[in-house]
Ligand binder design. Structure first.
Ligand code: ATP
Ligand code: MG
Length: 591
């Protein structure tokens, strides 16, 4: 941990201002922390908290994390790092039906991959809401005893109707004023499994006429006969997220509880609950404070675990790590780097107003991250053969020319890549035109181009298949024009094309991706969001790539010259070389 100052050099935002002012005013002084989440009793003789602030990233383990979560991860871990604090990884596991251990593992993996760590000063700050179920139960009982909660036996329908609307006050439940002892007994019966799911709930007793609907006696506990991935069958009552979350924050000694704007209306309940539990002596001050920021909305994808799960379960994509998905696992497989995602998070910043971010911003961050480091390579994605008809006269029958190119153009120390030029070469279909449109500077009969890092060639003709598609292009090589040799530049050409020689080309499958959804905002309009799926979001081509890529390690990114950024994946079953296109070289749809 670096020596923290109250002021950081990063661009400021409203959260930084709040933290800086809290640190300056001493509002956070005197906090204690025992090394594990603790209630007032456990904290009484705990040492001072070594962390200057505490934040948390609190996912529910019901799916894989996505780019929106990445924003929250970078924000929470980033603020903690910048101000001498600690960020906890909190698994908010209060919905047993939907949660699973495999998601917990995927969440850990994603956060670590992004470059963050919840172990600080030797303490592992990974916590589960379910570890505090006992305390939550006690807290609920204390609220009941003090007339601040009651067991409501209205039907779900009555409860909904009696909640009122934005313009009409709610109606008190007939059970609202029942004696505390009766509620306590019922609550105990709920826990013992004596009552059916949905037959009764525990509710806070606040104000059925509050203009804030969240304060109209919100539910705190419900009955669920579901096996929990950590607590098994120990409980058949589970706390509501809105009850559990503030309590977890307080037990973990979180100072700044940062969440997305939809929780703004929950803040009064957050404060109501924690203040009462502190007054009852269960929690100790200073209490955590909740702050809201605008969630990330990224164009042409969906970022909701529920919708992502639907795409996976219905087979619209190949799995949670399908490279077309905005999941962290998918972005990673697509070739996104942790650095690119952190740069993206920094560029979009945090604010309190909702906005849509163009996918191009994410792609731009990737290019800026990869450009200085990605090794270069030549690849032909839509190959047609080119025959150099005068090879034997100019170079010699059976001979090859050894060529080379820098691994990285701005980093000579990384050395050269070697490949051959021979009489048969693969070129891009799009680099040849039988009848060139105006301003076409690549290959056409009579036209000249340079084979990059090789010779200038002049096209002499082409043969075509019956359907008119090109079968082979013929050209002759111009002697003494080889790149890097004296006088090579004497012959001027307007076009340079990339190529791979047939003699040492390596076959590779290349997967080209386009946006997963056609509309910018797939969920807008109220229709079926699945209808916006792009039927052509993935195209697989058989390409030829230069020999330096033969042993490309899985997960390594390359810039294919003139094409963009690609990442290697070893296809286990096929045993062949596979590349995913991460993004093109410039902005544009279909990166
Ligand atoms: P989803 O609807 O995708 O399940 P969620 O908010 O329910 O999202 P959680 O697992 O509860 O998912 O979220 C963990 C944290 O990530 C929360 O603090 C939440 O505010 C934050 N988060 C989730 N989605 C976004 C987003 N699009 N932008 C910023 N933060 C997000
Ligand atoms: Mg959620």
């Amino acid at each position: 941990m670096s020596t923290p100052e109250n002021v950081s050099t990063k661009p400021s935002n409203f959260l930084r201002q709040i933290i800086e002012s809290d640190l300056a005013s001493g509002a956070l002084a005197g906090r204690r922390f025992s090394g594990v989440p603790g209630d007032a009793r456990q904290l009484a003789d705990a040492p001072p908290d070594p962390a200057r602030i505490r934040t948390r990233f609190p996912p529910e383990p019901n799916g894989f994390l996505h780019i929106g979560h990445a924003k929250s991860i970078c924000l929470n871990f980033g603020l903690a790092a910048d101000y001498g604090g600690v960020c906890h990884l909190r698994l908010d596991d209060t919905n047993p039906e939907k949660e699973d251990e495999r998601y917990v593992e995927a969440i850990r993996d994603a956060v670590r991959w992004l470059g963050f760590d919840w172990v600080s000063l030797g303490v592992n700050h990974e916590y589960f809401a379910s570890d505090s179920f006992d305390f939550m139960w006690r807290a609920a009982c204390a609220l009941i005893e003090h007339g601040l909660a009651y067991v409501d036996e209205q039907s779900a329908e009555d409860m909904r109707r009696n909640r009122g609307t934005l313009t009409a006050a709610g109606v008190d439940s007939p059970w609202r004023d029942r004696p505390a002892q009766e509620s306590l007994r019922r609550f105990e019966e709920m826990r013992s499994g004596l009552h059916a799911e949905g037959s009764m709930v525990l509710r806070a007793r606040i104000d059925m006429a509050s203009p804030n609907l969240n304060l109209r006696d919100p539910a705190l506990y419900r009955i669920r006969f579901a096996r929990h991935h950590r607590t098994g069958d120990r409980w058949c009552v589970y706390p509501m997220y809105t009850f559990a979350h503030p309590i977890e924050d307080a037990l973990e000694r979180i100072t700044h509880s940062i969440c997305t704007l939809e929780f703004e209306d929950q803040r009064p309940f957050y404060d109501w609950l924690l203040q009462h539990l502190a007054e009852l002596g269960l929690l100790s001050p200073p209490l955590p404070r909740q702050y809201e920021f605008a969630r990330l909305n990224l164009c042409s994808v969906v970022t909701s675990k529920r919708k992502l799960a639907q795409l996976v379960e219905q087979g619209h994509v190949d799995g949670w790590d399908d490279p077309r998905l905005p999941t962290i696992a998918g972005l990673r497989r697509r070739g996104y780097t942790p650095g690119a995602i952190r740069l993206f998070a920094e560029r979009i910043g945090v604010s309190k107003s909702d906005a849509w971010i163009d996918y191009a911003v994410l792609e731009g961050a990737l290019r800026d991250d990869l450009e200085p480091v990605a090794a270069r390579a030549m690849a032909v994605l839509d190959p047609i053969p080119l025959l150099l008809t005068n090879w034997d006269e100019v170079i010699g029958a059976g001979r090859l020319e050894a060529c080379s190119a820098p691994v990285h153009p701005h980093d000579p120390e990384r050395g050269q890549r070697a490949f051959q030029l021979g009489p048969r070469v693969w070129i891009e279909r799009g680099d040849f035109a039988l009848q060139p449109p105006k301003g076409f500077f690549r290959l056409f009969p009579g036209g000249r181009v340079r084979l990059k890092y090789g010779y200038v060639i002049e096209c002499t003709g082409a043969t075509c298949h019956a359907d008119g598609s090109v079968a082979e292009v013929q050209a002759r090589l111009l002697p003494d024009t080889r790149s890097g040799t004296p006088g090579a530049a004497a012959v001027k050409v307007k076009g340079v094309i990339t190529w791979v020689a047939a003699v040492d080309a390596v076959a590779a499958e290349v997967r080209l991706y386009d946006r997963l959804f056609l509309p910018d905002q797939p969920e807008a309009g109220g229709g079926d969001w699945l209808e916006g799926l792009n039927p052509h979001s993935r195209r697989v081509v058989q390409a030829w790539v230069e020999p330096s890529l033969r042993h490309a390690p899985a997960g390594t990114s390359f810039q294919f010259e003139r094409h963009g950024y690609f990442v290697a994946e070893r296809a286990e079953q096929a045993g062949g070389l596979v590349f995913h296109r991460t993004t093109g070289l410039r902005d544009g749809r279909g990166g």
